[in-house]
Design a protein around this ligand. Structure first.
Ligand code: DC
Length: 213
């Protein structure tokens, strides 16, 4: 059983996917973390973020591993010096600023998609193209939206930046992510603006087909 939850940046996908997964008693999978891990590793290695062959070589040499735990996803890097948890570094502003450039590279997308498709079912997967490209045969598909202002106000509670600056950065990221962020034709679109987190989770749970819920 696979449920996909796609949507624009800061639309609440991770919190919603985590809540839905917990209610169903299955793990959730945050695909964006793998794009963020590729970006962090590229930055730390001093690579140009549009250098697909160099990024891919880095990912294949030391593959970051996504642990899809129900309570929260983590990304680990197994290196010569042991295991490093990349998770705390994946939401920095420099990763935010670079990740769209990495996420448009077809080679990186293919690498991420192979990691995701190797995960054992059942799970709830969240991202941009879970319902379109990665799991087109998912049992149920959802797409979350909200205005840039609402999303910026939510994110301002997590980061030490001004709402206006966050809104401008989100609008720019929407523009750059647009190509891989279209809703699947069979996805149910939910505007999360007027809803609480529990409201969105409830809307999804009540829309699930009986054999999934
Ligand atoms: O969901 P997020 O903000 O953590 O995603 C980080 C970036 O990764 C985002 O700018 C778009 C990209 N992304 C993607 O292109 N496809 C996905 N399935 C998930 C994320």
């Amino acid at each position: 059983m696979i449920v996909t939850i796609d949507g624009v940046a800061a639309s609440g996908k991770s919190s919603v996917a985590s809540g839905v997964a917990r209610a169903l008693g299955v793990p959730y999978v945050s695909s964006g973390l793998l794009y963020r891990a590729a970006t962090l590793l590229g930055l730390e290695a001093g690579l140009s973020l549009d250098d697909a062959p160099a990024l891919l070589a880095l990912l294949e040499q030391h593959p970051p591993r996504l642990e899809a735990r129900a309570a929260g996803n983590r990304v680990f890097l197994i290196g010569d010096l042991g295991q490093r948890d990349l998770t705390p570094d994946l939401h920095s502003s420099r990763v935010d600023a670079g990740v769209s450039a990495v996420a448009v590279l077809p080679e990186v997308r293919a690498w991420v998609n192979a990691q995701l498709r190797a995960l054992p079912e059942p799970f709830v997967a969240e991202g941009r193209d879970m319902g379109t490209n990665v799991f087109p045969h998912a049992d149920a598909k959802f797409y979350l939206t909200a205005s840039p202002r609402v999303r910026a106000q939510r994110r301002a509670q997590e980061r030490p930046e001004e709402v206006d600056a966050i809104e401008a950065a989100l609008t720019e990221r929407d523009r750059r992510d647009a190509r891989q962020s279209a809703p699947a034709p069979d996805a149910r679109v939910i505007d999360t603006g007027p809803l609480t987190l529990d409201g969105v989770i409830g809307a999804i749970l009540s829309a699930l087909p009986a054999r999934t819920a």
